[in-house]
Design a protein around this ligand. Structure first.
Ligand SMILES: Nc1ncnc2c1ncn2[C@@H]1O[C@H](COP(=O)(O)OP(=O)(O)O)[C@@H](O)[C@H]1O
Ligand SMILES: [Mg+2]
Length: 219
């Protein structure tokens, strides 16, 4: 199992967001996390990715329990094993598309060969359909193109898992479909598992499984 979630719970003070969540996700799988606003989807995703700490239970990624790691160990694991995509692209405005894609490589413990990693970034930008736009800054790209840069950035460190929080939520229908196409093509090509929070029934239907908060979350 790539991800093994057991009895996971999260509270903020007296407010319980979720409790006793247990599910597993296999390598390469695609899972949609669905449910009404405020039900805890982002909180769950953040706990799966080590961006937030659950109040109970465990999250094993590739056999390592995230809840036992200290902040430095967690940061190192995040950098090497997990790619994040948010609703907002979160690109740095002063950097080119290529430089934005390269950013996560700076967080890796291992120093990479500069020429090789730049070639890999160009290849990823080609895969998301942005050949010729590598040197543009985010302001010189459309919303859909910016989100495709964010997808390339999420994959540059060859993660085993992509966690995407409403990756198409800020896009119009045509761009949302294009970004979903790229996301699922990347999953097929690279074998990277994908867990995506989405309000889009069209995207959820294209994933292999759904975790539905409205159904009491059993998966
Ligand atoms: N840092 C926080 N402190 C306190 N409450 C929070 C915090 N983050 C989220 N919450 C609460 O947790 C619940 C779930 O939020 P969230 O995971 O963002 O929901 P969703 O992504 O499904 O819309 C909400 O009631 C929200 O107000
Ligand atoms: Mg959310």
């Amino acid at each position: 199992m790539l991800l093994d979630v057991r009895d996971l719970s999260k509270s903020y003070g007296d407010t319980q967001v979720f409790s006793a969540l247990s599910f597993t996700i296999a390598a390469g799988e695609t899972v949609a996390v669905v449910g009404p606003s405020g039900c805890g989807k982002s909180t769950l995703l953040n706990c799966l990715g080590g961006l937030d700490r659950p109040t109970g239970g465990s999250v094993q990624l590739d056999g390592r329990d995230l809840t036992t790691l200290n902040d430095d160990e967690l940061a190192a694991l995040r950098a090497s094993a997990i790619g994040f995509v948010f609703q907002d692209h979160h690109l740095l405005p002063q950097l080119s598309a290529l430089e934005n894609v390269l950013l996560p490589t700076l967080a890796l413990a291992k120093k990479l060969d500069e020429a090789q990693v730049r070639a890999a970034a160009r290849e990823l930008l080609a895969k998301v359909g942005l050949t010729g736009k590598e040197d543009r800054r985010p302001a010189q790209l459309s919303g859909g193109e910016r989100q495709r840069v964010a997808l390339a950035r999420a994959l540059i460190n060859k993660p085993k898992l992509i966690l995407a929080d409403e990756p198409t939520g800020a896009l119009d229908v045509a761009n949302a479909t294009a970004v979903a196409d790229v996301l699922l093509a990347l999953n097929r090509d690279t074998g990277t598992a994908l867990v995506a929070v989405t309000h889009s029934p069209a995207l959820a239907a294209r994933m292999s499984r759904q975790i539905d908060f409205a159904q009491g979350v059993s998966a």
